[in-house]
Design a protein around this ligand. Structure first.
Ligand code: NAI
Length: 385
């Protein structure tokens, strides 16, 4: 298959998530890193882009320059990743979709539900892929959990328990540090801090694995560090359209927790447990059976798990490889679209703009329910009601 050209906006030198995207996109040889506007400082972006190997005329100073520069090229980028701060996602993603590029946007996709609906419509109108980087769904054993649920191993799923709780903003003395403070400032972060940053990963994963969407929720949101205007901890109960009950805890003050993304799924015939910090083991407890450890890369797993596993069993695979699986899905989707053939079903699992929109609706529902002391609130975007 011919290599695709890939570009990135944001993810500049020293950024948190830029390196994981570059590793993920480059890993399988499906994409060539061909263009970028990597930094909010034009010179720094151009310089870093060239140090990473971009041609001087494709190491752009800002995203508008990149849009203009790429639009007219025959070898223009096939996919653009938007890895800038949250408030810029909407404008950049919309502009690139309208110009006919496929986009992978970082989460949260937008700042409002209306913007989210706009992106879904824009992508549909342009006939372009808009994916959202719920990158942890790229883990092989997360794909396997989904396959096990879909083929009925668990029977009806009664309950799902999701967590994304870390302790990295637990220091009250550090609450005024500018790198932390903006996250809890409604003017910069919007209506939610911790749920919008981390909770949406956990909620999306619950949907991804169960194959169900969240319909309504009740949230208890709290600022454990009192000077914060937005929540640093939330407990969210939810209901899903297939009848599954959901429980979700997200926190940034949970000292001793590191990354803290965990999913448990309890069905009539068995239960599953997976943690992002030990992603190569999945715990499976069949009803009336014994607890079993499923290892990533072992024989007899699902096609979805096999497709997303690269090194042999017993060797660790981690987060950049999960991102690489999102890129592998997108490469397959773009090649399939170009050739006018159906996409490999095991690859048709990348998170969509619709998922990004559902997350925004959940963010606003959590904020509203939290203010109303846990009142049950419709969590669906208006366009999906
Ligand atoms: P960061 O602050 O570490 O880096 C942001 C980068 O974007 C910097 O290099 C900055 O110079 C650049 N930038 C800012 N404005 C720009 C503009 N207008 N044009 C071009 N470049 C610009 O931020 P971080 O942590 O890397 O987060 C970026 C995004 O990724 C956020 O939306 C965040 O929510 C998301 N993220 C997603 C994760 C995931 O697991 N999917 C994990 C961490 C972050």
């Amino acid at each position: 298959m011919t290599k695709l050209n890939w570009g990135m906006i944001g993810g500049g030198e020293g950024s948190q998530i830029g390196p994981a995207h570059r590793l993920g996109a480059g890993l399988d040889g499906a994409f060539t890193f061909a263009a970028g506007a990597l930094d909010h400082r034009a010179d720094a972006g151009r310089d870093y882009g060239q140090r990473l190997g971009l041609a001087a005329d494709r190491a752009y100073g800002d995203w508008r320059e990149m849009l203009e520069g790429e639009k007219g090229r025959e070898d223009r980028v096939d996919l653009v990743t938007v890895a800038t701060p949250n408030s810029t996602h909407f404008e950049i993603t919309k502009a690139f979709l309208e110009a006919g590029f496929h986009v992978l946007c970082e989460k949260p996709m937008t700042m409002t539900v209306e913007e989210g609906e706009d992106i879904v419509r824009t992508a549909a109108k342009a006939g372009r892929i808009c994916a959202v980087n719920y990158g942890y769904t790229g883990y092989s054993l997360v794909r396997h959990m989904r396959a096990m649920v879909a083929r009925g191993d668990l029977g009806k799923v009664r309950l799902v328990k999701a967590e994304f709780a870390h302790g990295h903003h637990a220091d009250a003395a550090n609450a005024d540090n500018p790198r932390v403070r903006w996250r809890y400032d409604p003017a910069q972060a919007g209506v939610s801090a911790q749920f919008a940053d981390c909770g949406i990963h956990a909620m999306h994963m619950a949907s991804f694995v169960t194959g169900q969407e969240v319909t309504e929720l009740s949230a208890d949101t709290v600022s454990c560090i009192e000077s914060r205007e937005l929540e640093d901890d939330a407990m969210v109960n939810f209901r899903m359209d297939g009848g599954t009950v959901g429980r979700l805890w997200t926190s940034s003050i949970a000292l001793g927790r590191q990354h803290g993304l965990t999913l448990q799924v309890f069905g009539e015939n068995g239960g599953l447990r997976w943690s992002q910090e030990q992603p190569n083991q999945l715990y499976w407890m069949p009803l009336n059976g014994r607890l079993q450890v499923i290892e990533r890369g072992e024989g007899g797993l699902s096609p979805e798990a096999d497709r997303t596993s690269r090194v042999t069993v017993g060797h660790a695979e981690g987060m950049p490889l999960a991102f690489a699986n999102i890129y592998a899905d997108l490469a397959e989707a773009i090649h399939a679209a170009k050739a006018g053939r159906p996409i490999d079903p095991a690859a048709d699992l990348y998170p969509r703009a619709e998922d990004g929109l559902r997350s925004m609706a959940a963010v606003f529902a959590v904020a509203q329910s939290g203010k109303a002391r846990g009142a049950w609130t419709d969590a669906r975007p208006p366009m999906f009601r």
